[in-house]
Design a binder for this molecule. Structure first.
Ligand code: MSP
Length: 510
């Protein structure tokens, strides 16, 4: 089965910040999970390079927009590699292929009689690349998101007949599961119920964009251009990369993961554009919360960015992944706090999971000749049942993109197993020969739990997962699927165990 997942295409006004790292890590873990289940995943990311915001950034640096975009786009690819993001396609909207797709798409929308010339007046936020409307009808002067002055516009633009799609969009957004989370769905339903207005899809006086074929003084509105990046990404490596071909391969996208600020574009404008061109809308749009710092959205224009490169070199990829995936519920905002970050990594990964593996492997090596124990009856139903329940819950949470809850299932299983060790006290039992079979059973069950924990961590913390499995001699041991390897009792008996090493170093407070 094909599974297509996308991050937003990031503006190239600057290199990635923690907000973009956050969205990309979420998509990465879902993509990895789906691959483990055997899906053919198309994980799309990329950059949104046109528009006034980018043109101005390049002007300020005194470089051409293209060379500015080349530099920042390279920095995105470089950073995603450093974060070990397993993307399959990286699309640049300044590429020739993308331009071709935009032109083809425009022709289709024109054929549907959905384009006309009109006059656009209104207050524009260059940061959002969006006209802003005040619910009370008094003009806004400052963008509530970017806290920057809005700019007045009064110009001739081409318009897209969004209003024509009122009924179809209402039907779509009311479909079960199209918009998640539920609170955001209601916001969109409410917005659409007020009546959809046509929106302008071209700009005059802006050079840095794709020229509209029939109107040379117009470039396409950056959002009209950028949303199509999802389609051009899918077809970018194919020889016959026409719009109609891309429709067969991996489209519609299974899920667009985006921030809540750009939900309208994805849940309303984008599906309407696609319907106009005769293309199926995406199956799901998930609007996640913002990563905040001191309660404020993190962003360059707000000047409160946490530099992800510093976090990465100081704490490592997997510590940051665990914090972002396990501590923040996908739909809600999450505040980044340094102390909490350090505490969580030390408690969850170093103390709870790391220690469990370390002490059980050390005991096994010490008492059983550097091996796993050999025993007749290797199953303690208590711990086996707990493992099975953990696996079922984890799968059902992951399937619903509740990665925080899936991660907590792993952690709770590790806590349970640590308690099991503390309760059974094999280090006391071993002192008497008559207890040996019991000790073997306890150690086997704890090591087997570690194997399950290692496997379940695979899409969330791929490196720590490998470290755990290596220490159990269980990395890529056979051709079994991941799902099959999650069956209880597959850890071999009387099997050589390597010398244990910590799976993560403890972090220090600043
Ligand atoms: N270029 C558009 C998207 C076009 S998609 C065809 C854009 N780019 S962006 O770089 O400004 O934002 C990309 C995503 O990052 C958005 O989903 C936005 O919500 C998200 N985030 C930006 N700051 C964020 C946080 N502080 N926290 C979480 N996500 C944040 O919009």
């Amino acid at each position: 089965m094909t599974f297509t997942i996308t991050t937003p295409l990031y503006y190239v006004n600057d290199k990635p910040h923690l907000g973009s790292v956050y969205t990309t890590i979420i998509c990465d873990s879902i993509a990895r999970y789906k691959r483990l289940l055997g899906d053919k995943v198309i994980f799309i990311t990329g950059v949104d390079e046109h528009g006034l915001k980018i043109q101005r950034t390049a002007d300020e640096k005194n470089v051409s927009p293209q060379s500015h975009c080349d530099e920042i786009s390279n920095s995105f690819v470089y950073n995603w590699k450093k974060w070990e993001i397993s993307f399959d396609k990286f699309i640049r909207t300044s590429s020739k292929h993308h331009e071709k797709i935009v032109n083809e798409f425009y022709e289709k929308v024109k054929e549907s009689n959905d384009i006309y010339m009109g006059v656009q007046k209104g207050w524009y936020c260059v940061g959002c690349e969006e006209f802003k409307e005040n619910p009370n009808n008094s003009p806004l002067t400052v963008c509530p998101i970017h806290k920057k002055n809005l700019e007045w516009r009064d110009e001739e633009n081409l318009f897209f007949r969004l209003s024509k799609y009122q009924n179809k969009i209402e039907e779509l957004i009311n479909t079960e599961d199209f918009i998640e989370p539920k609170e955001r769905k209601n916001e969109i339903i409410n917005f659409v119920s007020k009546g959809l207005k046509d929106f302008s899809i071209s700009r005059t006086n802006l050079d840095w964009g794709i020229r509209v074929p029939d109107y040379n003084s117009h470039t396409f509105y950056v959002w009209f251009d950028a949303l199509l990046g999802y389609i051009s990404a899918i077809s970018m490596d194919e020889s016959k990369n026409k719009l109609k071909d891309s429709v067969v391969m991996g489209w519609p996208a299974d899920i667009h993961i985006i921030g809540k600020d750009i939900l309208r574009f994805h849940a309303i404008y984008w599906p309407a554009m696609l319907l106009s061109a005769g293309i199926t809308p995406p199956k799901k749009v998930f609007g996640h919360g913002f990563l905040t710092r001191e309660g404020q959205k993190m962003g360059k224009s707000l000047g409160n960015i946490l530099d992800p490169e510093i976090l990465l070199s100081k704490y490592g990829n997997e510590a940051v992944r665990w914090y972002l995936l396990k501590d923040i519920s996908l739909g809600n905002d999450g505040d980044f706090q340094n102390k909490r970050f350090v505490d969580i990594i030390n408690n969850d990964l170093a103390n709870t999971i790391g220690n469990l593996l370390n002490r059980s492997s050390s005991m096994s090596r010490k008492w059983f000749n550097n091996k796993t124990p050999f025993l007749e009856e290797n199953n303690d139903p208590k711990i086996n049942d707990f493992a099975n329940k953990t696996i079922d819950n984890y799968m059902s949470y992951f399937d619903k993109y509740k990665i925080d809850l899936a991660s907590n299932e792993i952690l709770n299983f590790a806590i349970y197993t640590n308690l099991y060790l503390n309760d059974t006290q094999p280090w006391s039992l071993i002192k008497e020969e008559k207890n040996i079979e019991n000790v073997k059973m306890i150690i086997y069950n704890v090591l087997e739990s570690c194997r399950i924990i290692g496997l379940l961590l695979q899409p969330i913390l791929p490196n720590i997962s490998s470290k755990i499995l290596i220490q159990l001699g269980q990395l890529n041991v056979d051709n079994k699927s991941w799902r099959d390897r999650l069956k209880w009792g597959l850890l071999p008996l009387d099997y050589e165990l390597p010398i244990p090493k910590p799976i993560i170093d403890k972090l220090e407070y600043d």
